[in-house]
Design a protein around this ligand. Structure first.
Ligand code: COA
Length: 187
């Protein structure tokens, strides 16, 4: 089993970004992301309807970190504290030394290489500090932007499951990408 411990919370820094803990003060930005139909179109989770939904989402993130079941960072641009996105190891499978990465970015900041830049540090943290052996990502095959992020981050496509997910009255496909902590991955 892995020993996971997120205390003290590990802030991560890249050239342009500071990844920090999500706090209740981020509720408006989290609401903007989770209530945006376009942003959420490939994420099979209910849209936030009220600010309270976003506050509950932040509480869930917090509880997950406190229970060592997953970790999420707020993506911020250095010099401003505003949350512009979220990235994290959502589901940790401690017995398999594996976690599932996920991310979401405000439309204003998309197509600037921000998620690829954040991903590099999140992967490095997963392998070096959490001692993961592999990281997976589960995407909708139509989510070209997300697929590109994974390919640019060294992930390899491993599976395409056909209509294996039932969400909101529809069967949808899922594609699995993964990255091993070996020579696929370079620091
Ligand atoms: C998918 C998402 C995370 C991409 O983040 P991003 O910071 O804009 O991605 P990057 O700028 O790092 O782009 C990486 C590559 O993907 C390409 N790309 C990004 N979005 C794209 C899109 N919508 N369509 C086609 N290509 C896209 C970029 O051009 C770049 O490739 P390039 O360097 O060859 O030009 C972002 O669009 C997003 O948050 N979408 C909504 C939430 C979501 O779907 N999350 C993933 C769930 S699995």
């Amino acid at each position: 089993m892995l020993t996971i411990n997120f205390e003290p919370f590990p802030n991560l820094e890249t050239e342009r970004l500071l990844l920090r803990r999500v706090v209740q003060n981020d509720v408006n930005e989290v609401f903007a992301l989770r209530s945006d139909k376009e942003v959420m179109q490939y994420i099979p989770r209910p849209l936030a309807i009220t600010i309270a939904d976003a506050a509950a989402h932040i509480d869930t993130i917090d509880a997950t970190i406190n229970n060592n079941e997953g970790i999420n960072w707020a993506i911020t641009l250095k010099g401003t504290d505003t949350l512009i996105g979220l990235i994290g190891h959502y589901r940790i499978q401690a017995i398999n030394h594996r976690a599932e990465v996920g991310y979401i970015l405000s439309p204003k900041f998309q197509r600037q290489g921000i998620v690829v830049e954040a991903m590099k540090k999140v992967v490095e943290y997963g392998f070096k500090e959490m001692k993961l052996h592999s990281i997976e990502a589960v995407i909708d095959p139509n989510n070209i932007g997300s697929e590109k992020v994974l390919q640019k981050s060294g992930f390899k496509k491993e599976a395409h499951f056909i209509e294996n997910q039932f969400y909101e009255g529809k069967y949808t496909d899922t594609v699995i990408y993964s990255l091993l902590n070996n020579d696929n991955y370079q620091n």
